[in-house]
Design a binder for this molecule. Structure first.
Ligand code: NBG
Length: 833
């Protein structure tokens, strides 16, 4: 096919040149790669490195998006079109090249083109360093949403920070995690277009002062003691095979030149240099989450920095449309992705009132109509709050504005609940119970017209726990939008074998209309020939992952064993250590009777621990210590293998999800807001073992309870057990298997006799166990036994696997984005031309 489309290529010289920029056939692409190698990379094929070739291919792909990108950018000036503005401190986009080829529909053509140049496309894809500008689910969700926004033809801008160092690279040494800085920009970034002319000033520190302007109005101005410049770096986000290209605009911090010059004039060259270094620090590094937030002035600076640049940019676009500032909310719907950008509420007020002289009440209405807030966590300790002192020092004018917002808000609260001072104190944006804090979730909620959780259970629990008082006050503001993931990246791109089989069976409509079309696979669950192919694809994927595992860890995994996978950030509430307790229990069974018949399993873990999270790092060490013993015990005879796959990221994830038989979603009920890995696994034909937590609840509803391995306490039961006094030690005492496993860990059985190493882990479980591992242990073990016996019937397992995929329509991020458009943003997708 590629060859045929090449025949109409070079009819005239002029046509050839044009084709080399935009042509989609094989000869044009080949010429494009050679041109970019020569003219952009400055290399000839003889001397080109693999990275040179990767860059040449990337530029050739980028060239093919630019036409549509530029048209889309022009489209932003059309005042009739409302723009979705997604504010997120994290965008975990993953590698671009493969995805862009897929979305443009030229993967095969490019493969042939580079083959003619003697290259292998897969090798070139491997070259790409992914932009790891996110920690995990939250940042990846933002990336899936960008894909869906574009593919649904919604004009959108994702606004964030162009961190110079993304999430650290993880290495495992002697079973411990070590962190390496992520130098993703080292070899250049062909996907971004730097726009030095789109830049804004952002103030920090200093004081706020009142003055009377020329018109006699009393106003405030901010006299900062530092100014930083934010420069736009744009990355096009192409849709899946239509005209739309959306915009990811990330801000890079730079020094303000005039400041340098000032310093030069007084001869203080080093002060100027220092100023520059400090300014550039703002967008230097992504903070790993799960770290104590308190006291991180730089993190607050990052948040304010990107929010201010983004809002200034939106106002510029709005005014460029010839619209009055009072109508700002008709141009933009701003979604706050968690509380990280929630300073936007105060910043928009400042811009409208101080800079654009609107009166307070009108400005407040505009702000509320513009903003909407997504909450992503139920863990009270993860709710952001800033010490008031730190906050006022960095953002003195915003502190005044927040005080005013809070003053008016509390007046409303007191009218509504006369005399209920406790409630007012709980609701206040300022926490005054001890040291004073600004509660960012309250600021976001008060300043937004809509507040949403990210799965049905999560949204429900929000209204009963962390945001209960706000819900009582504003019940109409609360909605649910269950998360989703893009089937383009997470099936079509990363599981080409499965994608081809699905397309052959039901046509290719599922890639664009996953919600409606994927169900057509369902009848094939009864077709033995189809099931045979399905199983072969899984087997091939497992075999590929096994080779990667061998290469990266030295462990030999058998592709015919059950691949039991848990990949996600390491956190106590996600309970990777419960999974470990199961492994130890199986191991002990074998030790007691080595000849018994058991289902072979390969346990695969992946995920990063926050560098300062002691317990999480110890859990990684525990996994590796257990792996050492189990993998090398002759009695086990290879029937159990335990692997810690290092540096789990988007690129590796492409190989992990498609190879899973079993997806571990075992968080304590009521703790995981949604989860999105659970969706990726299931879409790739893994069955889930899970609790009734986050989106697991809805996944189970969709795929059917008979195709889902459920265990454990419900969120209500967890709450009740805690309320009546949970005693983990009683479970330990009553359950010999559990006791044996914990005793082994604490006595040094897995740590060469070192009884200190895991003592903190075990004593935390015995004395405290905040995430109820011990209470759920037996239910988990029993459920895993059901998994093993189900896996024994391979045909039945395959049928369940097909049904899982066929019934995942709901979890396409296209469905989520449609809901945001209809229920929150009031945006109608633009019809494709
Ligand atoms: C995470 C939740 C996940 C959820 C993602 C995306 C944060 C603060 N929250 O359960 O833990 O899937 O957000 O919504 O990172």
């Amino acid at each position: 096919m590629a060859k045929k489309s090449g025949t109409n290529s070079a009819s005239t010289a002029a046509a050839t040149i044009e084709n080399a920029r935009t042509g989609m056939n094989v000869p044009s692409l080949k010429q494009a790669v050679l041109d970019n190698l020569y003219y952009t990379q400055g290399r000839t094929p003889e001397l080109a490195t693999p990275n040179d070739w990767y860059m040449a291919v990337a530029y050739s792909v980028r060239d093919r998006m630019l036409d549509r990108f530029i048209t889309a950018l022009h489209g932003l000036s059309n005042p009739r079109v409302k723009i979705a503005s997604y504010l997120s401190a994290e965008f975990l986009m993953g590698p671009h090249l493969g995805n862009n080829l897929l979305n443009l529909g030229i993967t095969d053509q490019m493969r042939s083109a580079v083959e003619e140049l003697g290259l292998d496309l897969d090798n070139l894809l491997e070259q790409e360093e992914e932009p790891g500008l996110g920690n995990g689910g939250l940042g990846r969700l933002a990336a899936c949403y960008m894909d869906s926004l574009a593919s649904l033809n919604v004009p959108a801008i994702g606004y964030g920070i162009r961190y110079e160092f993304g999430i650290f690279d993880q290495e495992i040494h002697d079973g411990w995690q070590t962190e390496k800085t992520d130098k993703w920009l080292r070899l250049g970034n062909p996907w971004e277009i730097s726009r030095p002319e789109i830049s804004y000033y952002v103030n920090f520190g200093g004081r706020s002062e009142g003055f009377r302007d020329e018109a006699g109005r009393f106003r405030f101005r901010w006299v900062p003691d530092r100014v930083v410049k934010g420069v736009a770096c744009d990355t096009p986000v192409p849709s899946y095979r239509n005209e739309m290209v959306d915009l990811l605009r990330l801000w890079k911090s730079e020094a303000v030149e005039s400041f340098d010059f000032q310093a030069f004039n007084v001869g203080d060259y080093y002060k100027a240099v220092n100023e520059k270094v400090i300014s550039e620090t703002v967008s230097k590094v992504l903070y790993p989450n799960d770290e104590p937030e308190i006291g991180k002035t730089l993190r607050l600076a990052q948040q304010y920095f990107f929010v201010s640049c983004s809002l200034q940019d939106m106002i510029r676009i709005h005014l460029m449309r010839g619209q009055r500032i009072e109508k700002f909310h008709e141009s933009f719907a701003v979604q706050l992705n968690d509380t990280h950008p929630s300073i936007a509420v105060a910043e928009l007020m400042r811009l409208l009132v101080d800079e654009h002289t609107m009166d307070w009440d009108n400005a407040w209405q505009v702000t509320q109509k513009t903003m909407a807030y997504t909450n992503h966590t139920l863990l009270p300790e993860a709710l952001e709050k800033w010490p008031l002192q730190l906050f006022s020092r960095s953002l003195p004018r915003h502190m005044e504005i927040i005080d005013e917002i809070n003053h008016r808000f509390l007046k409303e609260v007191r009218l509504r609940y006369p005399g209920d001072n406790e409630r007012a104190a709980r609701l206040s944006i300022i926490d005054e119970s001890g040291e004073k804090y600004v509660r960012m979730a309250h600021l976001a909620s008060v300043g937004s017209h809509c507040i949403n959780g990210v799965a049905a259970l999560h949204s429900d629990l929000l209204t009963k726990t962390v945001l209960k008082d706000l819900y009582d006050l504003y019940p109409d503001r609360f909605v649910n939008v269950t998360n989703g993931v893009t089937p383009r990246r997470w099936i079509a791109l990363s599981n080409p074998g499965l994608a081809a089989l699905i397309t052959k069976s039901i046509g290719e409509g599922w890639i664009r209309h996953f919600e409606d079309e994927i169900r057509k696979v369902e009848p094939f669950a009864e077709d033995p020939a189809f099931l045979e192919k399905w199983r072969k694809i899984k087997r091939d994927n497992k075999s590929r992952l096994a080779s990667m595992i061998r290469e990266r860890t030295g462990v030999v995994a058998d592709p015919d064993s059950l691949f039991d996978i848990q990949v996600k950030r390491i956190h106590e509430y996600k309970r990777q250590h419960l999974n470990v307790l199961h492994i130890i229990s199986l191991y002990n069974r074998i030790k007691k009777d080595p000849s018994q018949d058991i289902v072979s399993r390969t346990f695969i873990f992946g995920g990063k621990a926050a560098p300062g999270y002691f317990m999480a790092k110890r859990i990684i060490k525990l996994i590796n210590s257990v792996a050492d013993v189990v993998n090398n015990d002759p009695d086990v005879a290879g029937r159990l293998k335990v692997v810690f796959f290092p540096d789990f990221n988007v690129k590796n994830a492409h190989h992990v999800y498609p190879a899973a038989d079993l997806s571990e979603q075992i968080s304590t009920a009521g703790k995981e807001a949604s989860g999105t890995g659970n969706m990726k696994f299931s879409m790739n034909g893994a069955l889930t073992i899970g609790t009734l937590d986050g989106a697991n609840v809805e996944i189970r509803e969709e795929v059917g309870s008979e195709n889902f391995f459920l265990f454990g306490l419900t969120a209500d039961e967890v709450r009740d057990l805690k309320a009546t006094g949970y005693n983990p030690r009683s479970y330990y005492e009553a359950n010999p298997g559990l006791r044996e496993a914990l005793d082994q860990i604490s006595s040094g059985h897995f740590s060469h006799g070192d009884a200190e190493l895991f003592r903190p882990l075990v004593s935390n479980l015995l004395d405290n166990d905040p995430f109820l591992l011990l209470a759920d242990y037996q239910a988990y073990i029993d459920c895993q036994d059901r998994v093993s016996s189900a896996y024994g019937d391979q045909e039945r397992w395959a049928r369940m696997s097909v049904l899982n995929v066929a019934r995942m329509g709901k979890f396409s991020s296209d469905r989520s984005i449609r809901e945001y458009c209809a229920n929150i943003w009031n945006i109608k997708p633009v019809k494709p031309k």
